[in-house]
Design a protein around this ligand. Structure first.
Ligand code: NAP
Length: 269
């Protein structure tokens, strides 16, 4: 593939990881633009490339502009950039935002969404990340697929509706699952028990969920209909009143036939 002129807008978590991976695969970012000068400069120095905090300085000869800004900033930033790159391919990296938000501003738009959770302290395993791409024009779609294949391995064409569904599912699989781990950590810490003791159980939970349908692998008092144990747990959760309904709602969701006594039913939220 001939080297495209790539402009990265945003210098946050995904922008930083993506730009380094693109560079590593011979697709260097030619310019970093970000709202906060210090962030744009820091990433540009890491990449040894140009930077700006002035939208009007965006390279007008860009072949591809990647909007890696917060979800709620995508549309306002698109509006600011539109006068300079109206005919350039512009994509965002959001799972939760329709590609169509770019339609009023650019003739050629799309989405380049890596379905993974990126953090500054962890190196992404690019070969395992599903890249969800979409574009209005066939040639742009082909380009995005090609780039995704160069920097990753798993490439899917996913439209706005499908990506919205994926994103909801990802919130359950990642954000909510992680929150449950955090709750477990807090409860153990408060009792001076090491969280490490749960690590093997957490690893086994994930291994089993990957091996088979998680619905079939469900264990615990709720799926067994073991009301006595559930009531004891509710009693133990007294120091955490905010967790009572969460515990009961999850239990009811696992087993809708669960016969809880009056007074212990979860409040409808
Ligand atoms: N992180 C992930 O795990 C992940 C995974 C997949 C997709 N995504 C998507 O990638 C995009 C960026 O996420 P991120 O995690 O990289 O976010 P982030 O680390 O919080 O970085 C956000 C970036 O948005 C810019 N920004 C925020 N508000 C702005 C505004 N009002 N106007 C202009 N720029 C603004 C910030 O600019 P300054 O720093 O210069 O102020 C920063 O560069 C989002 O659409 C997100 O949904 C993230």
């Amino acid at each position: 593939m001939t080297t495209p002129t790539i402009v990265l807008v945003g210098a946050g978590r995904i922008g930083t990881h993506l730009a380094q991976r693109l560079k590593g695969k011979g697709l260097p970012v030619a310019q970093v633009i970000s709202r906060t000068a210090a962030h744009a400069r820091a990433l540009a120095e890491l990449l040894r490339t140009d930077w700006s905090d002035d939208w009007s300085e965006i390279r007008q000869d860009a072949d591809w502009v990647i909007l890696a800004v917060r979800d709620d900033a995508i549309e306002p930033v698109a509006r600011l950039l539109a006068p300079y790159v109206a005919e350039t391919l512009v994509t965002h990296t959001s799972g939760a935002t329709p590609g169509a938000v770019l339609a009023p501003y650019f003739e050629r738009f799309g989405v380049f969404y890596p379905l993974q959770s990126f953090s500054p302290t962890r190196m992404p395993i690019w070969s395992k990340i599903p890249f969800c791409v979409d574009a209005q024009r066939e040639a742009d779609l082909a380009f995005l697929k090609k780039v995704a294949k160069v920097i990753g391995n798993l490439v899917y064409q996913v439209n706005d509706e499908q990506r919205a569904v994926l994103h909801v599912a990802a919130v359950f699989a990642n954000n909510f699952a992680n929150h449950c781990f955090a709750i477990a950590e807090k409860i153990l810490e408060d009792t001076d028990l090491p969280f490490d003791m749960l690590h093997p159980l957490m690893e086994e939970t994930l291994a089993k969920a990957l091996q088979e349908s998680p619905a079939r692998m469900q264990t615990g008092p709720a799926v067994r209909g073991d009301v006595d144990t559930i009531l004891r747990h509710v009693e133990q959760l007294k120091p955490y009143p905010e967790l009572r309904d969460l515990y009961l709602n999850l239990s009811k969701n696992i087993n809708p036939a669960l016969a809880l006594p009056r007074g212990t039913k979860p409040k409808k939220s």
